[in-house]
Structure formats: C-alpha cells, structure tokens
Ligand binder design. Structure first.
Ligand SMILES: NC(=O)c1ccc[n+]([C@@H]2O[C@H](COP(=O)([O-])OP(=O)(O)OC[C@H]3O[C@@H](n4cnc5c(N)ncnc54)[C@H](O)[C@@H]3O)[C@@H](O)[C@H]2O)c1
Length: 326
C-alpha cells in the first residue's frame, strides 16, 4: 500500500529555534478561551495514568474549529526526574488534519506546556489582577516560574519587583541570576515562602503537585486586592486561605469537577467562573481594587492546540523539522 503522506516531526530544539514570541502565545490562548466560552471547542477532561507516586501521564485532546487545530498532548510529570537530570514535564503532541483525521505533525510538548501555562496566567491577570500590580511573588523557580514571569511582564505593565522563593537554594540562585539578566526587574530571593506572598500583588505557586498536600500559605499572608495563581493545584494554599477569597476562578468548570470525582480537591471553594466566561465578558472579572481573587488553572488542551498550530504553521513556512512517511 502506498504512503498516506507525510508527518512533520518537530523536536524540542527545532521548536525553540522558531522563537515564537510569548505575546503571540497569549493572543492565541485568549482566542481559544473566547471560542470555548461560545461552546465552539471540544476538550474532554484529561484522563491519566499514574505509574509512580505523585507522577502522572495525561492524555489531553482538543479541537478548535476556528483555528483548524485538532490533536492530543500526551504529557508526563515525574517529580523524581530532576534528580536524574531529566525534566519534570515531558511529552509529545500530535496534530491531526481536521478534514481527514490523518496526523500532520508530531512535536515535543515541553516548550508548549511552559509557554501556554504562562500565557493562561497572564490572561487571568489581565482580567483579575489590579492594573497597578507592582510586586510579583513566585514560589517554585523552575520552568513555570520562568515562563509565568515572562508572560506576566507582558500583561502587568507596572511590575517592578519579583520576590522569588524555592525550596532548593541552588535553583533559587540560578533563577535570580538568569531572570535578572533577562528582564529589567528587581528579582529578590527570599528565604521563606511567607516572604514571597506577603505584600505581593500577584502570587504564582509552581511547586510540585502532591497527592497528599501539606499546604502552608495562610489567609493572613495574602493582602487585600491581590491575585493568586496556583499552578500546583491545592498543594501550597491552606483550605481556609482559598475559602477566604472573594472570587475563586478556574480555567474550566468541567475539568475541576472531573478532578474532584477522582479524589482531588477535597476542600476548595465553588468556582465563581471559568476563564472562558471571564475573557468573553459573560461574568465580570475584578470588580474593585479590594477583591482577593484566586484563579486555579489546571491546564487545558485548548491552550496546547492553540499554541501547537502556531508552531506547526511557522515550522512549515520556515522549513523546520523532519518529514516522516506515514
Ligand atoms: N496548571 C497547569 O496548567 C500546569 C502546567 C504545567 C505545570 N504545572 C505544574 O507546575 C508546577 C511546576 O512545574 P515546573 O515544570 O515548573 O517544574 P520544575 O521542576 O521545573 O520546577 C519546580 C521547582 O519547584 C521547586 N520546589 C519544589 N518544592 C517546592 C516547595 N515546597 N516550595 C517552593 N519550591 C519548591 C523545585 O526546587 C523546582 O525549582 C508543577 O506542579 C506542575 O505540575 C501546572
């Protein structure tokens, strides 16, 4: 039987070399959320397998007709990997032709996962943070600590200072050095989680997701008028701190409910809105400068497919990657 055509293979280095700006990722992800709000996307909650303690491999399919993007991300998070010199997050994403279903591209998904998660935080900040936010707290100075900072600098024009905390001193110092060289902001290392929360206008927690969380962030640490963006589910924030929020948002109601059924989130508030509802104006975002708001994004496949199609189109134009026969 003759070949069914070609599939483009894009390893991580080829994707990085495309230099797609974060602002383009933010624009694409926001568009995907608007499509989602109009119920014009398909993205069932992600099923997963769990081969090791606190580890996961998730299947994340999505289709965004307006972007002609259909595919699936198969992504893993293994907390023991950094000790082996391997990344915590790794995986592949397959894009399919929405007309025929045939695969058109197989790409590494590390870059996508880093960038689209930062982009989703920035979109949350656009609608839920105070416009005059100046101080950002980052807890967990790894891949997400970097990409979330990159995205928030674009969205929060008045940012002046970052207070950074990491449980690992070496990671913290590396982060401070790299981020100081890269961005025109004061990056201040702090020695206690509390110091990266207190007096901050936006707080991002990006430590590990734990099956049995032992959260430490208390209600009193989080000041009036601030925005909290936990990427590590409920691992860092105490239940009472989450319940004290004026608004608790998420990226997708269905996915949050699905996770609850799996046994996660035994004690979190009901979600006021998801990002699609907020981005599309169906529900108001921040309504006054005093509100304390949390947006717990769990990560959505529409964010991946919105970014993957940007990568594929740019790679095709520039001749990047390797063609493989189907
Ligand atoms: N919600 C989403 O859409 C989404 C997407 C991707 C990743 N994540 C989550 O974000 C988190 C970070 O991922 P990453 O790729 O940046 O991982 P990473 O391994 O690159 O970085 C994690 C950092 O956290 C530090 N750390 C560990 N325990 C800590 C603690 N108690 N306090 C402060 N720092 C601590 C580590 O030393 C490391 O520097 C993970 O929980 C991951 O599952 C969420």
């Amino acid at each position: 039987m003759s070949s069914l055509g070609e599939v483009l293979y894009l390893p991580r280095q080829d994707i990085e070399k495309l230099n797609i700006p974060m602002k383009d990722v933010i624009r694409a992800v926001e568009k995907a959320f608007r499509e989602k709000a109009e119920q014009r996307t398909e993205a069932p909650p992600k099923p997963g397998i769990h081969p090791r303690k606190d580890a996961f491999i998730h299947a994340m399919p999505a289709y965004i007709p307006k972007m002609r993007s259909a595919g699936v991300k198969w992504v893993s998070g293994f907390p023991e990997n950094p000790k082996r010199g391997l990344p915590y997050i790794s995986g592949l994403l397959i894009l399919n032709n929405p007309e025929t279903g045939l695969p058109i591209c197989i790409m590494d998904c590390t870059w996508i996962t880093a960038k689209r998660t930062g982009a989703a935080t920035a979109i949350a900040a656009k609608h839920l943070a105070r416009q005059d936010s100046k101080i950002l707290g980052i807890l967990g100075c790894g891949v997400q600590g970097r990409s979330n900072l990159e995205a928030l600098i674009i969205m929060c024009k008045n940012l002046e200072k970052v207070k950074a905390y990491d449980i690992n001193e070496e990671n913290l110092q590396k982060y401070v050095k790299e981020m100081t060289a890269k961005h025109e902001l004061k990056i201040i290392p702090v020695d206690l989680p509390r110091k990266a929360v207190e007096n901050c206008d936006v707080v991002v927690t990006a430590g590990p997701i734990l099956e049995h969380p032992q959260p430490i962030i208390e209600t009193s640490w989080f000041k009036e008028g601030s925005l909290a963006c936990p990427l590590d589910f409920d691992s860092y924030w105490k239940p009472e701190a989450m319940h004290s929020m004026d608004k608790f948002c998420t990226d997708d109601h269905d996915q949050l409910e699905y996770y609850k059924k799996l046994g996660y989130f035994s004690n979190i508030p009901d979600a006021y809105a998801d990002l699609g509802e907020i981005v599309s104006g169906k529900k108001p975002g921040r309504e006054n400068p005093k509100e304390r708001i949390m947006c717990m994004n769990l990560g959505l496949a529409i964010e991946d497919m919105a970014t993957a199609i940007l990568i594929y189109e740019k790679a095709k134009k520039s001749g990047a990657g390797t063609s493989l026969s189907l």
